[in-house]
Design a protein around this ligand. Structure first.
Ligand SMILES: NC(=O)c1ccc[n+]([C@@H]2O[C@H](COP(=O)([O-])OP(=O)(O)OC[C@H]3O[C@@H](n4cnc5c(N)ncnc54)[C@H](O)[C@@H]3O)[C@@H](O)[C@H]2O)c1
Length: 360
């Protein structure tokens, strides 16, 4: 068992579904500065089994009852996308800090409705790739610092290509998932509209990675090809900084998981290869420094992005120190970018992010 700090943030996880089972329960248990204080799910069979396995101090069928617990300090929202905003708002109203799974919302106005709700509380969005030590090293190079950095960024390409072989891969490494017929799901089948489903599930990661490195997106020009059973978005993007950008979201490529980025700057370049997250392997990020002609790569032995995310979130709550996580504005901007990409792909026209509204 990893060593724990004296002061532990008391976290409750809303939802005992796959992401909680694969990531959040273990992350809270292992985090040096947090504990799995409570779990909550309407599905009795699932909740009881998870309580027996992960031994939280409290177990709740009712979300409001969990929020009413005065010892609970923070909530991880691990429910379907459609429930995120309402659950986040209720937690904030109850005075609890929030780490909300991505995407923050399925629509722009819904996401923006959380502005003003946080008060002095922390609201972080679960873009856990920001806690990949490889991406963090790239970000540090981009941001410069005493040792010098990349200097002016010129261009960024990023790609997120799910693999047709992902389930054999993830089944091999994830715990056996427990399902329940009583689980609460939004009405309708979320996979009925695959354009929407893939954008929310996967596009949210891609867009956040691009923004993490290159800042605000101002316009997108997207094409979507649906051939050979694949969904392939190629998106020319414009950043506020003037950086030239291109994003590729493909679900699913006929090969191994294929995710990464390349960035060109005046003082060096970055080439990144990211693995399927469930391998907990830090991205291989080669950072070439023009100043001394050398390439550096951080090992990142600890590749547990989900636990590192909980530790970052808890640190922000407990000390007020930012840890580079995605905040409310990042969550809103990701939703806005996804809506813009979807609208651009439909219309065949470039779309400025400031002009879009509505939902995916
Ligand atoms: N960051 C990542 O890498 C990653 C990976 C997978 C999924 N996710 C995200 O995680 C979220 C959850 O995914 P999932 O597949 O685990 O969802 P899920 O819908 O399968 O499970 C959610 C659980 O929450 C429970 N629940 C919902 N509303 C509730 C309420 N009001 N009170 C009590 N219980 C409630 C349901 O009964 C269900 O058991 C999604 O938003 C998804 O996008 C993120």
């Amino acid at each position: 068992m990893p060593k724990k700090d004296e002061r532990l943030l008391r976290v409750g996880v809303l939802g005992c579904g796959p992401i909680a089972q694969a990531a959040h329960f273990e992350s809270c248990t292992k985090a040096r500065n947090a504990e799995l204080y409570a779990i909550c799910d309407v599905a009795d069979d699932l909740r009881d089994r998870m309580a027996a396995t992960h031994a939280p101090r409290r177990s709740f069928a009712d979300y409001d009852a969990m929020l009413a617990d005065p010892d609970l300090e923070a909530v991880i929202i691990a429910t379907s996308d459609a429930f995120h905003v309402a659950a986040a708002r209720r937690a904030l109203e109850a005075g609890k800090h929030v780490l909300c799974e991505k995407p923050l919302a399925t629509g722009i106005e819904e996401a923006e409705s959380l502005r003003g709700a946080a008060g002095g509380l922390v609201l972080q969005v679960g873009h856990m790739k920001r806690y990949d030590a490889g991406l963090q090293a790239a970000k540090a190079f981009i941001d410069g610092g005493p040792a010098g950095g990349m200097g002016e960024m010129v261009a960024l390409k990023a790609w997120y290509c799910d693999s047709t072989h992902r389930y054999p891969m993830t089944d091999a490494v994830q715990p056996l998932m427990v399902a329940s017929a009583q689980a609460r799901k939004p009405a309708g089948n979320p996979k009925a509209d695959l354009d929407r489903y893939y954008m929310l599930a996967h596009g949210s990661h891609l867009v956040d990675t691009a923004r993490y490195f290159a800042g605000e997106l101002v316009a997108v020009d997207a094409r979507l090809s649906k051939r050979g059973g694949m969904h392939c978005w190629f998106v020319d993007v414009e950043f506020a900084s003037g950086v030239l950008g291109h994003l590729d979201l493909t679900v699913a490529v006929r090969m191994d998981w294929h995710e990464g980025f390349q960035i060109y700057g005046a003082g060096g370049s970055v080439l990144g290869k990211t693995y399927n997250p469930w391998y907990y392997k830090t991205s291989e990020v080669d950072i070439f420094h023009e100043s001394d002609g050398a390439t550096r790569r951080v090992l990142g032995a600890d590749g547990h992005f989900y636990r590192r995310q909980v530790e970052g979130f808890a640190q922000t709550v407990l000390t007020g120190q930012g840890t580079g996580g995605a905040d409310l504005e990042d969550g809103i901007a990701s939703v806005r970018a996804m809506v813009a990409i979807a609208q651009s792909a439909r219309s065949g026209q470039p779309v400025r992010l400031a002009d879009v509204s509505g939902s995916l």
